[in-house]
Design a protein around this ligand. Structure first.
Ligand code: NAD
Length: 272
């Protein structure tokens, strides 16, 4: 499937996890990609080179810090200068901090709002002029079940993810006549290396078996008791880039194993 042949995708936070899966899915559909995120340079270079050799497209990497508006604008410029356009923008970089509201560190609040919410504003603001000029664009932001429901101790993350929904709707309306769609994807618990690494310690700390940690701790809020996979997330993003998805805009699409359909108390809600 080469639905993105000749197109260029910028994916923030794509050095690991979900972001990397988006980048590989777009490359698999023919797009040149701009990778971004933190990580050891040799690891990033390995992933970048693998994208080029696996899919026969071009990939470049930018270490732009999504907490810094100037660097975000430069990330979009890098895509435009290197490949001639930015046609698909995925705002995916995200961080988390867990603390009671009265103890929530002010710098953590600012960082989470900066990386999880304001970075999407800055990237969209920088990418839209080029998309408008070319008359086509796809903007997708990784939100969370926490764009729809709250959990205690995650004030900044929940506020940022709720904010993404408002930003998505507003941008979708502004661009409705420009053949540019803007949507967000709200995830439940996704199986990533980060999640996998938590399991041995949790087994030890709670004296539980691996399957009990997965079902009763990690997936406490997810009715299917199964993780979302990064491939499932990337497949939806790729569909949003297709012509068949041209009338999906301003939407908040859930992939959460039924999490936000359930009415369990907030204490049951899990990590993301
Ligand atoms: P991850 O930690 O593997 O990926 C986060 C990415 O963001 C990494 O590439 C990291 O380098 C990058 N990043 C962090 N700070 C950055 C900064 N200042 N500048 C540039 N890049 C930065 O985690 P993930 O699970 O793949 O998360 C990706 C997105 O998915 C996040 O927005 C997260 O909130 C969301 N999400 C994840 C889950 C889950 O279960 N994993 C659930 C719901 C939502």
């Amino acid at each position: 499937m080469s639905i993105l042949k000749g197109k260029v995708a910028v994916v923030t936070g794509s050095t690991s996890g979900i972001g990397l899966a988006y980048a590989r899915a777009f490359a698999g559909a023919g797009a040149d990609v701009v990778l971004n995120g933190m990580g050891a340079l040799p690891d990033v270079e390995r992933e970048r080179a693998a994208i080029e050799s696996d899919f026969g497209v071009k990939a470049v990497y930018s270490p732009a810090d999504m907490a810094k508006p100037d660097e975000i604008a430069e990330l979009i410029t890098l895509g435009e200068n290197t490949f001639g356009s930015v046609d698909v923008l995925v705002n995916n970089a995200g961080v988390q901090h867990v603390a009671a509201i009265e103890e929530f560190p002010i710098d953590k609040w600012d960082t989470i709002i900066g990386i999880n919410l304001s970075s999407a504003f800055h990237a969209i603001r920088a990418a839209v002029p080029g998309m408008k000029k070319r008359g086509w664009g796809r903007i997708i932001t990784t939100a969370s079940a926490h764009s729809l429901v709250a959990s205690p101790f995650k004030s900044a993350y929940v506020a940022a993810k709720h904010g993404i929904v408002g930003l998505t709707k507003t941008v979708a309306l502004e661009l409705a006549r420009s053949k540019i769609t803007c949507n967000c994807i709200s995830l439940g618990y996704v199986w990533t290396p980060l999640v996998e690494k938590q399991i041995p310690n949790t087994m030890k700390a709670r004296n539980l078996r691996r399957d009990e940690v997965i079902s009763d701790v990690l997936l406490a809020a997810q009715p299917t008791k199964e993780f979302v996979t990064v491939q499932q997330v990337a497949s939806l993003a790729l569909f949003l880039c297709s012509q068949d998805a041209a009338q999906i805009t301003g939407a908040n699409l859930s992939i959460d194993g039924g999490w936000t359909a359930a009415s369990s108390p907030p204490q049951m809600r899990s990590a993301f």
